[in-house]
Design a protein around this ligand. Structure first.
Ligand code: DNO
Length: 359
């Protein structure tokens, strides 16, 4: 297991690589080139300079999150083939600089959706939450709401230039149901996985967040059977999952421990986002993102890591979203302090698992 930390790049961040390096036992950065629009090739020199910068600060760059998939690929337009060729070139360019894992998603239009980016907890900290009654029925309204509460940071998957065309985008997705989306996903994977195998990259799809349909858009990476479909449609170790405990558990009929156990055994989890959530309603659909430690949320973090440990997980982990604490302001979910606490806590559990096992 190797602990990593998501970092958006010097031009996009308040947090410095030096600060991240000072988190005990922090090994690597999960990096990105946020300004490159979906569909374009990531230039070699940009990847090189990101890697050099990260390594000059004593950290490694082995995981990228995300290389976004162009909507034309998800919709299945004729233009997709050029975008897929570009994606393959990006894969090759990343592999050349030692990248091992690419985290991405196949969600139509929106990446993750939360209703509240500044949900106050009793201790005065603030966190992300999903309260169904606060989700507007009009997608344009959620875009406005999110854009107004980001503290002027761009959020991953919420690129303003793309979402400014939301009406057209939703129109383009009109004919895309689950079956069609699955067909388009298979087409994409069949095209890119051979390139990944050739250059030694593992693709790791992020589950849908939330793992059910919203705004009438299809969702196809939301439960055990969807993950099983993914692993079978192109049966290759290069075709894997970013197991996000929070996203999977946002649907209480998903057994996150069982899912972890099965896909670790199948060796399809090269990367994991480990976070805790606290259910707020009996149906489990309302929740907030809790501090990582088990007692604050509804998930048993010891059991999560033990399941990974016992089933041979040997990939990269990152603490997931953190709250804003100690007066920090920044990109919602991605402050320094609470994520650092999360990383140290997860590392502590891992140390106990390793030492317990070697007794
Ligand atoms: C949310 C993240 C996602 C993830 C993408 C991967 O904070 O986990 O935005 O990075 O879905 O493409």
């Amino acid at each position: 297991m190797e602990m990593t930390f998501r970092w958006y790049g010097a031009n996009e961040e308040k947090i410095s690589l030096q600060e991240i390096r000072q988190i005990p036992a922090m090994k690597g950065i999960v990096g990105t080139l946020m300004d490159i629009p979906a569909g374009e090739v990531w230039p070699r020199e940009r990847i090189k300079s990101l890697k050099d910068e990260v390594e000059a600060n004593g950290l490694t760059l082995k995981v990228i999150e995300s290389v976004n998939v162009h909507d034309d690929i998800k919709i299945g337009l004729p233009t997709r083939d050029q975008y897929i060729e570009n994606y393959k070139q990006t894969i090759r360019n990343l592999a050349e600089f030692g990248i091992e894992v690419i985290c991405y998603n196949f969600m139509p239009v929106f990446d993750w959706v939360k209703s509240d980016l500044d949900y106050r907890l009793d201790d005065g900290s603030s966190t992300l939450a999903y309260i169904s009654k606060n989700i507007p029925t009009d997608p344009e309204e959620i875009i406005r709401k999110v854009e107004n509460s980001t503290n002027n940071f761009e959020l991953p998957g919420w690129e303003p230039h793309r979402l400014s065309q939301i009406k057209q985008l939703l129109e383009d997705y009109k004919e895309v149901d689950e079956e069609k989306l699955r067909e388009n996903f298979a087409y994409f994977l069949k095209a890119i996985i051979p390139t990944c195998e050739e250059v030694g990259i593992k693709m790791a799809v992020h589950p849908d967040d939330p793992p059910y349909s919203i705004f009438g858009l299809p969702r196809i990476v939301k439960n055990r059977d969807d993950l099983d479909w993914l692993c079978n449609v192109v049966d290759s170790p290069s075709n894997g999952i970013t197991l996000c405990t929070g996203s999977i558990a946002e649907r209480p009929d998903n057994d996150v421990y069982e899912i972890l156990s099965e896909f670790c055994q199948r060796d399809r989890i090269p990367f994991a986002h480990v976070r805790n959530i606290k259910y707020l309603s009996d149906n489990g659909l309302d929740f907030y993102e809790a501090p990582h430690k088990s007692e604050y949320g509804s998930l048993d973090m010891y059991k999560i890591l033990k399941t990974m440990y016992d089933n041979g997980f040997n990939g990269y982990i990152r603490p997931d979203h953190g709250r804003m604490i100690w007066g920090e302001t920044g990109r919602p979910g991605y402050g320094l302090y609470d994520r650092a606490l999360g990383a140290v806590y997860l590392n502590g559990i891992w140390e106990a698992l390793e030492k317990g096992a070697s007794k």
